[in-house]
Design a protein around this ligand. Structure first.
Ligand code: G
Ligand code: G
Ligand code: MN
Ligand code: NA
Length: 251
């Protein structure tokens, strides 16, 4: 209960931080995108990872102002990098199921975009496979609105949510992110490798790009190259770091 009250105040108390994890083109080693990930800097408990407070935020509804803040902060950061003359790459923000179901989510995103004069080509939304499976008609209509506005959507944690192939085909998305539970075992478990290969070939058929999540070893990178997955994110390249650290290393 105390934590929940703290959480509601965390934005006003300036305790929420945004970290960024690069997405890398395996072949060139170049950065191709960034994922924005929240952290809660609690005055007593220290840095609280999202897995511990996102579920709480989803239950209370705080996830909506939180993710609106993430969107605004990530876009503002990209504008700052642009102004500083740095290389800019698309930034991805995560959108929870609760936020996705908000009837005015599209208008709300667009109003932030317009206010910041942000280039929609530089924004991606990551939505988990399971979140996309609720209220399919609403999801398809929102994704169509986003696509028309130039905002691409990635299906996050793909392979964990049991979406049907026909639904996948009907969704206007641009990218599948292979869940790290497969990537983790890709070099040691033939089933995980087979699943990853199947996802990759299916994505190709559907014209989707692929990102492997949770890449931690050189062996995984080599195997991903072999099975023609050319985008990766994970500790092998970088853990999520502050905007300043990203600037020093990648941009
Ligand atoms: O940053 P870390 O690897 O600890 O993230 C753990 C989980 O928290 C990931 O599944 C990530 O998608 C999720 N997460 C991080 N930031 C956000 C956010 O802004 N919204 C939602 N819904 N999930 C987030
Ligand atoms: O949105 P998503 O669930 O993909 O969020 C990424 C989460 O995965 C974050 O919590 C991030 O810290 C974590 N993560 C990123 N790269 C790696 C990795 O290589 N290994 C592991 N175990 N976790 C990772
Ligand atoms: Mn994500
Ligand atoms: Na993920």
């Amino acid at each position: 209960i105390i934590l929940e009250n703290d959480l509601e105040q965390s934005l006003d108390n300036d305790q929420i931080r945004l970290f960024y994890q690069p997405k890398i083109d395996i072949r060139s080693g170049e950065i191709v995108g960034l994922e924005a990930l929240v952290r809660w800097q609690h005055p007593v408990l220290g840095m609280i990872p999202p897995l511990e407070f996102i579920p709480l935020a989803e239950k209370s509804g705080f996830i909506i102002p939180l993710e609106q803040w993430v969107l605004r902060t990530a876009c503002t950061q990209v504008k700052t990098w642009e102004r500083e003359g740095r290389q800019v790459v698309p930034v991805a923000v995560n959108v929870s199921q609760i936020h996705l179901m908000k009837p005015d989510i599209f208008q709300s995103i667009m109003s932030t975009i317009h206010e910041l004069d942000f280039d929609t080509q530089l924004l991606e939304l990551e939505i988990t496979e399971s979140a996309m499976m609720h209220n399919e008609e609403h999801v398809i209509s929102i994704l169509n609105d986003l696509r028309r506005a130039g905002i691409s959507v990635s299906m996050d944690d793909f392979g964990t949510g049991y979406s049907s192939l026909s639904y996948l085909q009907s969704l206007p998305i641009g990218c599948l992110k292979i869940d790290r539970s497969f990537v983790r075992k890709i070099t040691t478990d033939t089933d995980s490798r087979a699943i990853a290969e199947m996802i990759i070939s299916m994505a190709k058929q559907l014209g989707l790009t692929i990102v492997a999540e949770g890449v931690e070893t050189e062996e995984q990178v080599e195997l991903l190259k072999e099975i023609q997955c050319y985008n990766a994110q994970g500790f092998y390249y970088s853990k999520p770091v502050s905007a300043d650290e990203i600037t020093g290393i990648y941009l």
